[in-house]
Design a protein around this ligand. Structure first.
Ligand code: PSV
Ligand code: MN
Ligand code: MN
Length: 426
């Protein structure tokens, strides 16, 4: 199924437009501080976040999985789902594929399908954390870090293959996330594992086209519970530096130990021009992959505050590859993604409302109270009217979740695809 511009237009006609008076209020308040609400609306309208191909079906845990019905069972159908999201929000104009789950059987047909939905191919993800039936060597004890040369070479080759597929599709980046590590002390020689990882990454990097980037994702634990070879941003940063200019660190919000100051990591990496990609989600405990902004919205705002500062001041840092990396066991995945997109835009808009001039001055005077007040004044502003205005301007649905429900999208998908369809993935 596909939503048309006319359908969205008709839906918007019946929407309450009282949000316009809220915008007048914000205009009044913020123009005095030299902050243009119109500029913010434009920025929101052009913000795009990639949707990972594995977030469109119901996620599961090792204890069970509950389908929502109508799940996509092919890459084409995944693109159709992102097309729906993009028509509703105009913020989801890219997909991030995972190989081998998403190997296209017909590259041209896939490209046409993506084009018909105006979807671009964002970062390609490799997978050396699962064994595949046709593979000769197991990844049970590691891939790029493995003590077995054959496993390392196989993993390097796989990443090169992912680059080849990505080139055909028009992607411009590769994300490497490794599960490599150890479950018990003594299992791995840390130094050898790190050196093997660096050497393997360099081999992959040597195949990277000139206009590509390689993102190195870190994570402290899981699936290995004693050590992970690329455990933190420092290790990723070091490996990216060892590879070269096109290699960068990727921050996934769920990949930190409790209470880590993620906004400071963002600032540090942007200062050094090494923040390449960003995976959004939220968590209460670990890599929970919950809906963005559902648990710690103030943290998300503080992170966006640094991202906005970096985007405005760090020309040494390239444009970021944004992606949602969440998964859902009990929600309709499309509704969940709409909620995540909303939370991302809210945090972005609030960060754009920070009075940076006043903050700078308060920082020079070490006026701690004022600094906090300035941040919280932006955070406590209800910016949902700005999102609505941005959506109206881009012909998205003013209220995407309501539109999704009123168009009965899930019901139609179930009618088309049945109740037990399922795609390859996590
Ligand atoms: C595993 O933690 C993970 O969520 C990583 O964040 C990757 O980005 C993703 O899976 C897909 O490989
Ligand atoms: Mn991730
Ligand atoms: Mn993760």
């Amino acid at each position: 199924m596909k939503l048309t511009t006319n359908q969205i237009f008709d839906f918007n006609k019946h929407e309450d437009d009282s949000y316009e008076s809220e915008i007048d209020y914000l205009n009044n308040k913020f123009s005095k501080k030299g902050i243009s609400v119109d500029e913010i609306i434009k920025k929101l309208g052009s913000f795009n976040v990639a949707i990972p191909s594995w977030a469109l079906g119901a996620g599961g845990t090792r204890f069970g999985r509950f389908s929502y019905g109508g799940e996509p069972s092919s890459l084409e159908q995944k693109l159709d789902d992102i097309g729906i999201l993009n028509s509703l929000t105009k913020t989801a104009g890219a997909v991030s594929l995972h190989i081998p789950w998403d190997i296209p059987s017909d590259v041209n047909a896939i490209k046409e399908k993506a084009e018909s939905h105006r979807i671009l191919f964002d970062a390609m993800n490799s997978n050396t954390f699962q064994d595949q039936p046709h593979l000769e060597h197991t990844y049970k004890f590691g891939s790029l870090n493995s003590v077995h040369k054959n496993a390392r070479e196989q993993a390097v080759e796989h990443n090169k293959e992912v680059i080849r597929i990505g080139k055909e599709l028009g992607s411009k980046s590769l994300t490497v996330w490794l599960a490599d590590g150890a479950n018990f002390p003594g299992q791995l020689n840390f130094q050898t594992a790190l050196q093997n990882t660096e050497d393997s990454l360099k081999k992959i990097y040597s195949d990277l086209p000139e206009d590509w980037r390689m993102f190195i994702e870190y994570k402290p634990y899981e699936p290995n519970f004693y050590s992970t070879t690329i455990q933190d941003w420092g290790t990723s940063f070091m490996l990216a530096n060892a590879c070269g200019e096109k290699a960068m660190t990727l921050v996934d919000l769920g990949h930190h130990l409790p209470n880590t100051n993620i906004e400071q990591i963002v600032a540090t990496l942007m200062l050094k021009g090494k923040l390449g990609g960003f995976h959004f989600n939220d968590s209460k405990y670990g890599d929970d992959d919950l809906t963005v902004g559902s648990i710690k919205p103030y943290s998300l705002f503080l992170i966006f505050n640094e991202l906005v500062y970096g985007m405005e001041n760090n020309s040494q840092n390239p444009d970021l590859a944004w992606m949602i990396d969440a998964s859902h066991n009990t929600k309709d995945p499309l509704e969940d993604l709409i909620q995540s997109l909303e939370a991302i835009l809210i945090a972005y808009a609030q960060a754009l409302l920070v009075d940076r001039k006043a903050l700078y001055e308060a920082q020079q005077e070490s006026d701690v109270v004022k600094c906090q007040e300035l941040l919280q004044d932006a955070y406590r502003t209800d910016v949902r009217s700005l999102l609505k205005a941005a959506r109206k301007e881009t012909n998205a649905a003013i209220n995407p979740l309501e539109a999704y429900r009123s168009f009965k999208v899930r019901k139609q998908l179930i009618e088309e695809r049945g109740t037990s369809s399922r795609a390859s993935g996590l």
